[in-house]
Design a protein around this ligand. Structure first.
Ligand code: SF4
Length: 581
């Protein structure tokens, strides 16, 4: 962790204190290279038993054969600890130089790096030298003579000597003390400013350095647009290539074949309906009585892929996720903040105002003649939500805005008669109703809201928040209150927008529903079209209203949730909702 701290104190805090980890090409490659080292074994002569070390056998050598010790012992992946300086380290290799006197053995720690030799004066990076020097300090505390280490650059097949001189040891001791102080204080260090390290950092998508700093500056007393205001680099992934796998075939069975998931029709036919590599799947969504084997569940959990369960009608039953995030610090902050009602209402105001603003935007974009009065009322309602001083007032404002919005929802629906999908001159939507939805439009709205609930529940788990402890929606058995909070601002621009598109483009028509006892639900085939349109909407890119870069809606879910997490831990003052124009 010392090398991470040397690279960036915030990185060390995220990884060590908050247990955040995200694999990157660099980390995976590095892991593979180290595996090669771990496969090797060898002897490591105990300094205290040096006198008995004569019968130690030599280990197999590798391409980094010590240059100055033809008869050295080599041990791989050695875990060491030194209580005196409070360090534990796993050293890739330790070479014990052949002893020629009664002195303690001289050892040389070796670290493997996947890259070639870096273009620096020292021919190594500081975090690498610090890591090596820390191993040297541990070995010295354990009684060995250790005056230098070696970095072996795999791509260059070259050993670089790192002498443990005084400046390096002083710097290492300083970093050790600073790292301990950071952990004792328990505050996450600020992000680096415009650092070229960030785009290469595996945690950049979790840390959000530019975004966090931008929000901090926007919310501070710093005058608007100072020269120092950071440019926000698009260094987070703007799209996630993995997509959900939806399975709705009744009694279909999902199994694992090699590194892929295979969906088969029910016995006795057992025909392969679909096969997807697991690396291409972001979540598995089971609609109705789809079967999944225990082995497949284990494999999905291991690969960090959640499994969501829905009824055929679209009721979101629940989720199987890998073990909850280890970031207990964040969940403690979440529960403490939720109990503080004066804090909770600030968050609730932002969610509600964001939703009303986006309702207004959707009407403005899709209604052929949105009444000025309605747009003005919704703008006023968003302002009122921002200033509501009690939850009762906020609920009243939200309810009133919803009534105005849904009174004009029908105006956004423009089914084209030539497509013959909807009855001509029949109002499609009168008012919002649910449980059960009493018309096709309400059935689709409820279905889309259930999918959003699922996606924000998954996102809460990904970020390390408890989806059941909300700020606006109150905790209630089985209700993912935080997921419902977070999705508020996305209801109009994702769920409602998908429904409007499906009707106006004729992708779904009146014949695509079944009706039982006055309640409506989509048939299986149209449901596939519905899900495809929903996923296309999530994959579409939008300019982030605060950060100004293009980002998919799906990725926006995580960015907004991570920003909320920064508010909960006190790093950012207030939550800024996601609104579009
Ligand atoms: S993204 Fe930048 S600021 Fe954040 S942890 Fe990585 S290096 Fe540090």
């Amino acid at each position: 962790m010392l090398n991470e701290f040397s690279y960036c104190p915030r990185l060390a805090y995220l990884e060590w204190v908050q247990s955040e980890f995200a694999p990157s090409a660099d980390t995976l490659d590095g892991e593979l290279q180290h595996r090669w080292v771990i496969l090797q074994q060898g002897n490591f002569v105990d300094a205290m038993e040096f006198a008995n070390a004569d019968d130690a056998t030599n280990s197999p050598t590798d391409t980094s054969t010590p240059t100055d010790a033809a008869n050295s012992d080599v041990a791989s992946s050695v875990m060491l600890s030194a209580p005196g300086i409070g360090l534990i380290a796993v050293v890739d290799k330790i070479e014990t130089l052949t002893a020629v006197s009664s002195e303690p053995p001289e050892v040389v720690p070796v670290e493997y790096k996947r890259s070639g030799i870096p273009p620096t004066d020292e021919r190594s990076y500081e975090p690498e030298r610090i890591q090596l020097a820390a191993a040297g300090l541990i070995l010295q505390e354990k009684g060995y003579r250790c005056r230098r280490g070696v970095i072996y650059y795999i791509a260059s097949k070259t050993r670089i000597d790192v002498p443990f001189d005084e400046p390096l040891l002083i710097r290492t001791h300083t970093l050790i003390n600073q790292l301990k102080a950071m952990v004792a204080v328990g505050h996450i260090p600020p992000p680096l400013v415009d650092s070229p390290k960030c785009p290469r950092c595996s945690l950049v998508g979790i840390c959000l350095p530019d975004e966090t700093r931008h929000v901090q500056l926007t919310q501070s007393q710093v005058p608007a647009r100072p020269p120092s205001r950071p440019v926000i680099r698009t260094i987070i992934p703007t799209s996630d290539d993995r997509v959900p796998l939806y399975v709705q075939e009744p009694r279909a069975a999902i199994g694992k074949v090699g590194d892929a998931l295979q969906v088969r029709s029910p016995a006795p036919e057992r025909r392969v309906l679909a096969e997807r590599p697991m690396r291409a799947i972001s979540q598995v969504v089971l609609l109705g009585d789809v079967q999944i084997s225990t082995q497949t569940l284990h494999a999905l959990c291991e690969a960090d892929i959640p499994i969501a369960y829905f009824s055929y009608g679209g009721w979101f039953y629940g989720l199987t996720t890998p073990l909850a995030s280890k970031n207990i610090e964040l969940r403690i902050a979440q529960f403490a903040r939720a109990a503080d009602r004066s804090f909770a209402i600030k968050i609730a105001r932002a969610f509600t105002a964001g939703k009303i603003e986006n309702q207004r935007t959707l009407l403005r974009r899709n209604h052929p003649e949105p009444p000025d009065m309605v747009l003005a009322q919704l703008a006023a309602a968003a302002d009122a939500a921002r200033n509501a001083d009690t939850f009762e007032t906020l609920l009243g404002v939200e309810g009133n805005a919803a009534r105005i919005y849904f009174e004009h929802f029908n105006g956004m629906l423009k089914p084209r008669p030539e497509l013959g999908k909807w009855p001509v001159d029949l109002p499609l939507f009168a008012n919002r109703n649910r449980r059960p939805p009493a018309d096709p439009v309400n059935a689709m709205l409820s279905y889309a809201y259930a999918l959003l609930t699922k996606d924000f529940t998954v996102t809460c788990f990904t970020v390390g928040l408890d989806p059941f402890m909300g700020f606006y929606h109150q905790p209630k058995f089985g209700k993912p209150a935080l997921a419902l909070d977070l999705m508020e601002e996305f209801r109009p621009i994702i769920a409602d927008s998908v429904v409007v598109t499906l009707i106006n483009t004729g992708v779904i028509g009146i014949g695509d529903f079944v009706s039982r006892g006055g309640s409506f639900a989509l048939k299986p085939e149209p449901r596939k079209r519905f899900l495809a349109t929903y996923e296309r909407r999530l994959a579409s890119e939008v300019t982030h209203p605060i950060f100004g870069y293009a980002i998919s809606y799906r990725r926006t879910f995580e960015v907004q949730t991570r920003l909320l997490a920064r508010v909960l831990t006190g790093e950012v003052d207030s939550y800024a909702s996601f609104t579009t124009r």
